[in-house]
Design a protein. Structure first.
Length: 270
């Protein structure tokens, strides 16, 4: 597991965007061989999406032959609800890039049969050949997607009840009222994410510092589901300095030393 430590959120976001772009460019996708990209929502990837949009506008990155799968969606919110993840993705990314609408996949939180919708989502990922790169963020309690503490580390796409802590954290988007936050969501599983050929997790801010410490310095634990990244062959943590406050000084120094030649976004050929 690699950890790339950046001075601040903006530099981290730019690095992540350029890394993703470099992987797409290197893959050289075609209609017959698309690049499959997993995507998150939440505050962590907003800066990354802004940079990806800019690369697309500059003609340096095309999404024409990219297929996306989002991590999750609330159950019961309409797609045009301002807090639905369909709306979030259109607002921050999809409406501003050249991705074909038919290449966009987001769990259907309004499906008549939610369990079938989850099975179909997993099947579609398999049908397109699996995910090449899964981009993600984490919650303050270390959850990835909506795989709350205690989730199976081999879990697949399913219906998940959200914890009170998660609903409090997300209430900032719902008039600061946790009771307005949906109680359930559809989410890819930890196993779904770990099946990707690469996993890149964004961790920013002091509020995520304890989760990062659990992920990096302690063992794999289903109470901190992001810790499963330790077992991935190509797992990367892109973090800012604020998120490292709970790590040992030696841990931070170690990763800064071994990754010192990889922290500059200008290294990537775009």
């Amino acid at each position: 597991m690699r950890m790339i430590i950046h001075d601040d959120y903006d530099l981290m976001s730019k690095w992540v965007a350029y890394y993703v772009a470099s992987q797409i460019k290197k893959f050289n996708p075609t209609p017959e061989k698309p690049f499959v990209l997993g995507l998150p929502t939440g505050s962590s990837p907003v800066g990354t999406y802004k940079n990806m949009v800019e690369l697309n506008k500059q003609g340096k990155l095309s999404f024409t032959n990219v297929i996306t799968f989002n991590m999750d969606e609330y159950v019961g919110l309409t797609e045009d609800h301002p807090q639905s993840y369909h709306y979030f993705m259109r607002h921050h990314l999809f409406d501003h890039i050249d991705i074909p609408p038919e290449n966009i996949n987001i769990p259907d939180g309004n499906a008549k049969d939610l369990e079938k919708a989850c099975r179909d989502y997993e099947e579609k990922i398999k049908t397109v050949g699996g995910i090449h790169l899964f981009l993600g963020g984490i919650g303050p309690d270390g959850h990835i997607a909506f795989n709350e503490p205690g989730s199976s580390l081999s879990s697949r796409t399913r219906i998940k009840t959200l914890t009170h802590d998660t609903r409090i954290a997300n209430s900032r988007f719902f008039d600061n009222d946790p009771d307005k936050v949906p109680r359930t969501a559809l989410t890819v599983g930890v196993g779904t994410v770990m099946d990707a050929k690469q996993v890149l997790i964004i961790v920013s801010g002091y509020g995520k510092a304890r989760a990062l410490q659990k992920c990096v310095e302690e063992g794999v634990n289903h109470m901190w589901t992001v810790s499963m990244l330790q077992l991935h062959q190509h797992g990367i943590l892109a973090v800012d300095n604020d998120a490292t406050h709970e790590l040992k000084v030696g841990t931070v120094a170690y990763f800064k030393d071994i990754e010192k030649d990889n922290v500059d976004w200008r290294q990537f050929e775009i």
